[in-house]
Design a binder for this molecule. Sequence first.
Ligand code: ZN
Length: 276
Amino acid sequence: MPAPSKPKLIITVAPVGSLPTKADSPHVPVTPDEIIEDGIACWEAGASILHYHARDKDQKACLDYDFFARVLEGLRKHTRLIVQISTGFRAPVHRDDRIRAVDLRPDMMSLNVGSVNLPRGPYPNDPVDVEYYAAKMIEYGVKPEIECFDLSHIHAGITLWKKGLIKDPPWFDMVLNVKNALPYHPRHLVHMVDTVPDGAMWSVIGVGPAQLPASTMGIVMGGHCRVGLEDNLFYAYKQLATNAQLVQRVVRLAAELQREVATPAEARAMLRIENS
Ligand code: ZN
């Protein structure tokens, strides 16, 4: 068999998003210590990037600066993970609140480049604000993850990249199967991947039952993938997952499909991460 020609696989884990609570699954980490503990397990399992949100004492999504800081500090102390703070927030807030944690200089932050309908209603992302976030990330050496719920979001990311507001290589993440947005289907992913410019990198998020097939497509197509309880609570039908179990499964799939898994140091080099 010839040597593998595809790049090493970068696995992102998103252990906690803005919606699931302990009532949905006892495995969802909602405190800084829980996220750090899960992060260590996912790093040991093979994840390179950890993307997270903040929660308040009632487990509601928030933009608490100290929460973001504590998790970043803990993950840097105990792991070599690339740490990605979410700027996503669905309730209306001042744009400075969404990007405030940029001055913590995390390795990466997510960047929502377009508006989309989500399960609980519209999620507006004003193009003027998007440019503002991208410029802040450049200023603080933070690598953006371009979240693409739609083909138009890829074009929005390309526009920012052409304006010099996103450095090489741009990192696109295709978000499929969010209710009210684009469903998961291999042909949608193929079309999206065909749209990213040469030299760009891409990953895929499949929400709910789409997580397993979408991750597999990411591995097979030479892209990268994200798993975790932000996007999917289940390992199998009616069987709740832990974050580490979801990472471990992707590592096993990658081995069977002849993709080597990148270490965080390798992923850092591939993505040209500036902060550490
Ligand atoms: Zn998120």
